[in-house]
Design a protein around this ligand. Structure first.
Ligand code: PHE
Length: 440
């Protein structure tokens, strides 16, 4: 397989260097506001939301009952009986909600302009559903699921898209005798159910020196909460992955130690599906500071966050993440509420690839900036963007890059002329936006 454009070891631009590089070069004037969900927001020197991203707000694929994402969401909500299901929270959040309140350090790479979409210095598009943990706990919810669209600047290929959907789930227990009794009873119930099921689980210790209990917690209680979390998710995975296909093969799950700034201990879960280990979620025991901030006293909680596209691509056999956004009847008509069915690909039109090489200007350009310009110019017709050459001139020290863009429409066959026109549009946008010099 060719190496697709992935997180290259490029410098993460800080706000300061970003604004400096923008001021040094004369760029097209920035519009004074950006319109999102019918509201106008003032822009500033960090604004990097593009119009193709702005168009995605409000599409709410996870709320369509006959869309694969809506079907998976509903299945999970049915599984977690008694949980409050929330799915209508705006993606416009403050960096405090998305990062600071969850304990992200000031220099965390996720905060970089190259990785996240900022509306202005005070507002951004959430990068994960954990951004709503504090407010949901504060509202008094003790068992809840929150599904939403999340936004991350990323590479372009079959499994990466700058908008995707997550579901956050959490359960709070009172940290007293009654709460611990509830926890113990429910743990026993789930363990008995899983005992009888056709599932093979590779577990790891609930707590270890590298995946520690929080200083505020009693180690036994924390381990009990972690155990309950693991059983709750094993049981969900059994529901989703068990019983598909005629095989009597067990569902295979493995637990892996992880790190998140807002949980400890933390884990990731992988499921073995069609010959591959697939990471589907992150989870852990909620940091006590989150519950404190939310004014939830004498309690302990677990939380998880899972990727809905990830699950849906595997369960419905959907080969390309762009398909979720398709409005083509040949896609949409294949699904119905409550049913997990195998997607039948309709004819795949041939790809048309074109290369573009340019000398970078002094202010540089992050590869994710390039991907955003491509998407903003040609939309989902860009199937993948791959960097095929990076060259530094030995004498002048100038840097040149060559990208291969695969153009492929999912709905029709592209002619050579159409591909040329799209490619020329990309070239002139890149030249205009980043002052690069296109090489022939
Ligand atoms: N928000 C994390 C992510 O997007 C997932 C997560 C959610 C981890 C809740 C722990 C608890 O990767």
């Amino acid at each position: 397989m060719t190496a697709l454009l992935c997180r290259l070891p490029t410098l993460h631009l800080t706000h300061a260097s970003f604004s400096l590089s923008r001021r040094l070069l004369s760029r097209p004037a920035r519009p004074p506001t950006v319109s999102l969900l019918g509201e106008e927001y003032p822009t500033d020197d960090v604004t990097n939301v593009t119009s193709s991203i702005a168009e995605k707000l409000g599409r709410d694929l996870h709320r369509q009952p006959a869309h694969p994402l809506g079907i998976i969401r509903a299945l999970i909500e049915t599984h977690f009986a008694g949980f409050t299901a929330i799915s209508d929270v705006s993606p416009v959040v403050t960096p405090a909600l998305n990062f600071d309140d969850l304990g992200f350090p000031a220099d965390h790479p996720g905060r970089a302009l190259s990785d996240s979409y900022y509306i202005n210095r005070g507002l951004m598009l959430r990068t994960h559903t954990s951004a709503h943990e504090v407010e949901t706990f504060r509202a008094g919810e003790r068992k809840w699921l929150l599904s939403a669209d999340v936004y991350r600047r990323d590479e372009i290929d079959a499994s990466h898209y700058p908008v995707f959907h997550q579901m956050e789930g959490a359960r709070v227990f009172s940290n007293d005798k009654a709460g611990l009794q509830e926890l113990t009873n429910d743990t026993a119930r789930l363990a008995a159910e899983l005992e009888r099921a056709n599932i093979e689980i590779e577990d790891i210790p609930h707590i270890s020196s590298t995946n520690p209990v929080q200083p505020e917690h009693d180690p036994q209680t924390s381990a009990l909460v972690a155990h309950h979390l693991k059983l709750s998710l094993n049981s969900l995975i059994l529901k989703l992955f068990g019983g598909h296909g005629a095989s009597t093969e067990p569902v295979r799950v493995r637990w892996i130690e992880a790190y998140f700034p807002f949980t400890s201990p933390s884990y990731e879960v992988e499921v073995f599906y069609r010959g591959k280990w697939l990471e589907i979620l992150g989870c852990g025991v909620v940091k006590q500071s989150t519950l404190d901030r939310a004014n939830v006293p004498n309690s302990i909680s677990w939380a998880f966050g899972l990727g809905l596209e990830r699950l849906a691509m595997f369960l419905f056999s959907i080969p390309d993440i762009r398909l979720f956004w398709s409005q083509d009847e040949r896609f949409l008509s294949q699904f119905s509420p409550g049913r997990v069915t195998t997607f039948k690909p309709y004819s795949k039109y041939p790809p048309n690839s074109r290369d573009i090489s340019f000398w970078l200007s002094a202010s540089g350009m992050h590869d994710n900036d390039f991907c955003d310009v491509v998407r903003d110019t040609v939309g989902d017709i860009a199937e993948s963007v791959e960097m095929i050459d990076h060259f530094i001139h030995p004498k002048t020290g100038r840097s040149s890059k060559c990208f291969r863009i695969n153009y492929r429409s999912m709905d029709k066959s592209l002619t050579d002329e159409e591909a040329n026109t799209l490619h020329q549009q990309v070239a002139s946008r890149v030249r205009e936006k980043f002052g690069v010099e296109i090489r022939d």
